[in-house]
Design a protein around this ligand. Structure first.
Ligand SMILES: [Zn+2]
Ligand SMILES: [Zn+2]
Length: 171
């Protein structure tokens, strides 16, 4: 029992970037799409990135190696992967869309409202939630979204650190 739970958690929280990249590349090839060097580099970034980058983040990283690449090219590949259900796109009203190329299926996220960092909470309990909701409501579940908002430990530390050496003493 414990073994099975551990394995499930390991599958859920660990992604092998090389394996994920190969899966993405195979999928595009199977669908008859060209694997240009830019596209390969973008897929490597997506496969190895755990931070849920925006298109602009990916573009910034790509531009170093491919100065002629454009943001439109990045979006084109992202949209293609999205259509193939190989990348998860998250839209926000106050922030750019963010992408998860490691886990293209619905899963919970932890979002820091200060630094906009997006990580994965270490819980398996959320996995059964969609099934349970579907079961109890009679809905045929298509997708779900579970976001936890908060202030990450790094930002909490920054906020409690004294800004300067000057101490204010009462008169
Ligand atoms: Zn994610
Ligand atoms: Zn933060």
């Amino acid at each position: 029992m414990i073994l099975e739970d551990d394995r499930k958690r390991a599958n859920y929280s660990m992604v092998d970037p090389q394996g994920r990249f190969e899966a993405l590349a195979d999928r595009l090839r199977e669908e008859g799409h060209r694997l240009t060097p830019q596209r390969v580099a973008l897929m490597r970034l997506l496969a190895s990135s755990d931070g849920h980058p925006s298109a602009a983040d990916l573009y910034d990283q790509l531009r170093a190696r491919f100065p002629t690449t454009s943001l439109a090219t990045v979006y084109k590949t992202l949209n293609l992967l999205k259509e193939l259900d190989e990348v998860l796109e998250m839209g926000f009203s106050h922030d750019e869309n963010r992408y998860d190329g490691n886990r293209p299926y619905p899963h919970p996220h932890l979002i820091c409202v200060r630094c906009r960092k997006i990580t994965h909470p270490d819980v398996g309990a959320a996995q059964g939630l969609a099934q349970q909701v579907g079961h109890e409501s009679g809905y045929q579940m298509i997708s779900h979204r579970l976001d936890f908002y908060g202030i990450c430990p790094d930002c909490q530390r920054k906020e409690t650190e004294p800004e300067s050496e000057v101490s204010v003493s009462s008169p």
